[in-house]
Design a protein around this ligand. Structure first.
Ligand code: SAM
Length: 200
């Protein structure tokens, strides 16, 4: 087992949510295709998806997470794989962080690739800001957009606790479909659903 597989194994044993297997492959494929120089990730967990992206290109990564113990672990994991110089881990609430980045202005049109994998119910709130931070023609890849098949799917057996997340993800997809600053989007119906957005 190599280091990254070990990190995945340890995370899943402890119930730390990380990207699923096919989505992992899609993330690596999109990263190789976009060949970014700058990446922003929302939702670090312990750095597993960050490692996938860093091992698929030469970019530098800024990744934000609100759980301090995960940030510390992600830093150690980046170090173990010699990625510490290319990875900046930020401990913050992603909404606050994105709002501050937008307000500061220095990261406008800055990122070639954004991987959105944080709080699902907040995607819609962050969308406009993330588009501003993405370069023209850049990519935003979003995980879990179909949320267990309930988003735009059969809700007969949906637990009540998922209502808000599912409703907001549906609103998020509606917004993507009509957003004036989005050039195109593609939905990958694999696992929990991934959406690739290309910004104008
Ligand atoms: C699905 S996990 C990320 C998995 C990671 N991208 C991977 O595949 O290795 C989502 C992460 O977002 C974090 N998160 C949830 N709400 C957040 C918030 N408001 N601000 C920052 N991080 C948040 C969670 O703690 C969790 O670690």
């Amino acid at each position: 087992m190599d280091q990254s597989e070990y990190i995945r194994e340890m995370a899943s044993r402890r119930g730390v949510p990380i990207i699923r297997e096919l989505s992992h492959e899609k993330l690596a494929e999109v990263t190789r295709r976009v060949n970014p120089k700058t990446i922003l990730e929302i939702g670090t967990a312990v750095g597993y998806s960050g490692i996938i992206m860093l091992s698929s290109c030469d970019a530098s990564l800024i990744t934000v997470e609100h759980d301090d113990y995960k940030v510390e672990e992600a830093k150690e994991n980046f170090k173990k794989l010699d990625y510490e110089k290319r990875a900046t881990c930020i401990l913050d609430d992603c909404n606050v962080f994105v709002s501050n980045m937008v307000a500061g202005g220095e990261y406008d049109n800055y990122f070639d690739l954004i991987f959105l994998d944080g709080p699902k119910a907040q995607y819609i709130k962050m969308l406009d800001g993330l588009i501003m931070l993405t370069k023209h023609g850049g990519t935003i890849l979003v995980d879990n957009v179909l949320f267990r098949g309930f988003v735009r799917g059969d809700k007969t057996d949906m637990p009540k606790r998922y209502r808000t997340i599912v409703k907001r993800l549906e609103m998020f997809l509606d917004k993507v479909e009509t957003h004036p600053d989005i050039k195109s989007f593609k939905l990958y119906e694999l696992e929990d659903g991934m959406l690739e957005i290309t910004v104008k």
